[in-house]
Write a protein that binds this ligand. Structure first.
Ligand SMILES: [Zn+2]
Length: 362
């Protein structure tokens, strides 16, 4: 089984999209993307939009290859949309291929907006209600809460994929807030879990909920080999501290999507103010972008110069002797500093990885 996480907050955008390749199937889960429309009173920075464009292209390429597409729920960062904003995936862009199996959250008890989106998709694709079903290597949960148990419409469907002795679980927007959702994941005996963590970036997010999420993160992490927490959790830097604390507490690998993909952590939404400071944006740029009058090219190029990781020979890679080889690399670049936790990655591999054009030390 090969797991590629395509979009998530630590990879620079909102979402939890991944592509799983098994011997017989190519499975695309939650093919959508978004950018926080406003954070710190600022719209997305053009450099982040440039990253969004590249990830959209990757999702569309994987869409063409997919034998199976899974939709956990109908929020705008998880599906292509008829009325996409400039940073989301437009339904017009996706290939209409008839021989793809769509495994989806059903249309019962959707809110009016979500039902509209479901209908838009079902005009183009044959959507199967997969809730609670098993199909060979694929299993789908019954609906679990999108966060806390709140109402029937705010729910998601989780996916289990098994091949040989490996079990991967995609647990979309559960935010670790519902004990029943965690019980269900554990009953699937997974090796690797990709899940959304709690939204610590929300200033009003209550302490008791943080406690519940922490408890559930501990439960999950103590039972699985690799726990990948991302999405809501990676919308501020506090999320990174969580990963470290959890890893120390349970002695297991708790990482974000960027770590799993062996890329630098690109929490661009959390760092939005700094992006604007480093690379100012003229007023009216976003309106012009929406009208197709300007593009992101110059911002991409400026960022490439400002956050230069193209030439690993200029990087200083220090192995921390207290840790196993490759567990922690520290890349020092004046004036930027990045410390990273990359399980199982040797320094040389990291140097090769940072040559990838979508990877920026930030
Ligand atoms: Zn989401």
């Amino acid at each position: 089984m090969e797991i590629e996480i395509l979009g998530a907050e630590s990879l620079g955008v909102r979402g939890l999209c991944c592509f799983i390749e098994t011997k017989n199937k190519k499975i695309l889960i939650d093919p959508g993307i978004a950018l926080g429309y406003h954070r710190y009173g600022l719209p997305p920075h053009p450099f982040q939009i440039a990253v969004d464009e590249r990830i959209q292209k990757r999702i569309l390429d994987r869409w063409k290859e997919a034998t199976d597409i899974i939709i956990s729920h109908y929020h705008g960062d998880h599906i292509p949309l008829k009325n996409a904003n400039p940073y989301q995936l437009s339904l017009k862009k996706v290939e209409v291929k008839r021989d793809v199996s769509f495994w989806c959250k059903g249309s019962d008890s959707l809110s009016p907006t979500m039902l509209e989106r479901y209908k838009d998709l079902s005009k183009v694709f044959k959507l199967k209600n997969a809730q609670g079903r098993n199909y060979k290597s694929l299993s789908f949960s019954r609906l679990v809460p999108h966060g806390e148990a709140n109402n029937d419409s705010d729910t998601v469907m989780m996916t289990r994929i098994k091949e040989d002795n490996l079990v991967f679980v995609h647990a979309s927007d559960i935010q670790l807030l519902n004990n029943g959702a965690i019980d269900k994941i554990l009953s699937w005996f997974p090796n690797i879990v990709l899940a959304s963590g709690p939204p610590l970036y929300l200033s009003e997010f209550p302490k008791n909920k943080i406690k519940t999420a922490w408890h559930n993160a501990e439960r999950l992490s103590s039972k699985v080999d690799i726990l990948i927490l991302d999405h809501h959790l990676m919308r501020n830097l506090e999320g990174l501290k969580w990963l470290k604390r959890l890893s120390l507490k349970t002695g297991k690998k708790v990482i974000c999507a960027a770590d799993f993909m062996k890329k630098p952590r690109m929490l661009f939404e959390a760092k939005r103010e700094q992006l604007y400071k480093d690379i100012p944006v003229p007023e009216g740029w976003h309106k012009d972008y929406a009208r197709g009058k300007v593009n992101t090219k110059s911002y991409w190029n400026k960022a490439a110069k400002l956050y230069p990781v193209r030439n690993p020979a200029n990087s200083t890679i220090i192995q921390f002797p207290a840790l196993k080889s490759g567990e922690l690399d520290m890349i020092c670049r004046k004036p930027l500093l990045l410390s990273r936790f990359i399980p199982g990655l040797k320094a040389g591999e990291f140097a090769a990885n940072i040559l990838n054009e979508t990877s920026f030390v930030f």
